[in-house]
Design a protein around this ligand. Structure first.
Ligand code: PAF
Length: 277
């Protein structure tokens, strides 16, 4: 596995590409099984597999969250090499943000409104901007993202479609622990007690899914799920039932996604469940 640190080294590493296809898995490191599933899928879909590891400061709206984001580069590199990754890009902040003030940014509109967008102002601007930079640097044939960050995927899809970016997006199912907690780099920051409560988030989404076919009022389902989680010790930002484009559904909408975001202590967890009824 080749590791490159600068934009120039990346360009050189990709110079011999000719017509070979390249799959990119953008990450912020702290590689876990969720990332490795993306890598596996990437390697099945392209000649070469590349991973970027960059904890992107512009998508964090709390300095504390950025500072405490787990950084485990040595272990990450070991796992990626073992998974057969060809190229890994590990730039520093100056490499991707060379100017003190950003001179251009990418802003998604509808897809970034509400849910995470309402609770994390500027977050999706940071995500869209860094992903656009990475797409321009790598010029991948395909880029893979996990469905755990459902709204992030919608934002990136909107950017790719609206700006005619020449890349195919791949979306992979959320990878879960044995107790169904969605894999996330943030899970490692949960205390033992919080980790015991964490499975209730997905269990609540499942219970909500079971109630949807007979329900006439989705907002009361959202409220009772919120109360269940709050009572268990979460501090809920939202539990929301949406259509697959994250818009409010009506009773006739068959394909839905249930999304939740909540803090356990100072760790913010998100999860979602797609259903068809
Ligand atoms: O999902 C992530 O890890 C990040 O938001 C991404 C897509 C790598 C952009 O920094």
């Amino acid at each position: 596995m080749q590791q490159v640190f600068t934009n120039l080294e990346l360009q050189t590493a990709l110079a011999d590409r000719a017509s070979s296809s390249l799959a990119l898995v953008p990450t912020m490191g702290n590689i876990h099984r969720g990332h490795l599933e993306l890598v596996k899928s990437a390697s099945q879909q392209a000649d070469r597999t590349a991973v970027s590891i960059f904890v992107n400061p512009t998508q964090f709206n709390q300095a504390d969250d950025y500072q405490h984001y787990p950084r485990t580069l040595d272990a990450d590199l070991e796992q990626l090499a073992a998974a057969g990754v060809d190229l890994v890009f590990t730039p520093d902040v100056e490499q991707l943000y060379p100017h003190a003030t950003l001179r251009a940014q990418v802003e998604a509109t509808v897809a970034a409104t509400g849910l995470e967008g309402a609770h994390r102002p500027g977050h999706f601007r940071g995500v869209a901007t860094i992903v656009c930079k990475l797409f321009n640097l790598f010029q991948p044939t395909i880029a893979l993202f996990g469905k755990k960050d459902y709204q992030q995927l919608a934002v990136i899809r909107a950017m790719v479609e609206e700006l005619f970016l020449p890349v195919v997006l791949g979306a992979e199912e959320t990878v879960r622990e044995a107790d169904m907690v969605a894999m996330s780099s943030r899970n490692s920051r949960l205390t033992a007690g919080q980790r015991q409560i964490a499975p209730l988030m997905y269990a609540t989404l499942q219970s909500l899914a079971d109630q949807i076919p007979a329900a006439s009022d989705y907002s009361s389902l959202e409220q009772s799920a919120t109360a269940t989680l709050n009572d268990a010790g979460f501090k809920v930002d939202y539990v929301a039932i949406r259509d697959r484009y994250l818009q409010l559904p009506n009773q006739q909408t068959r394909e839905l996604v249930i999304l939740a975001a909540a803090e356990l202590g100072n760790v913010r967890l998100i999860d979602n469940l797609e259903i068809e009824h």
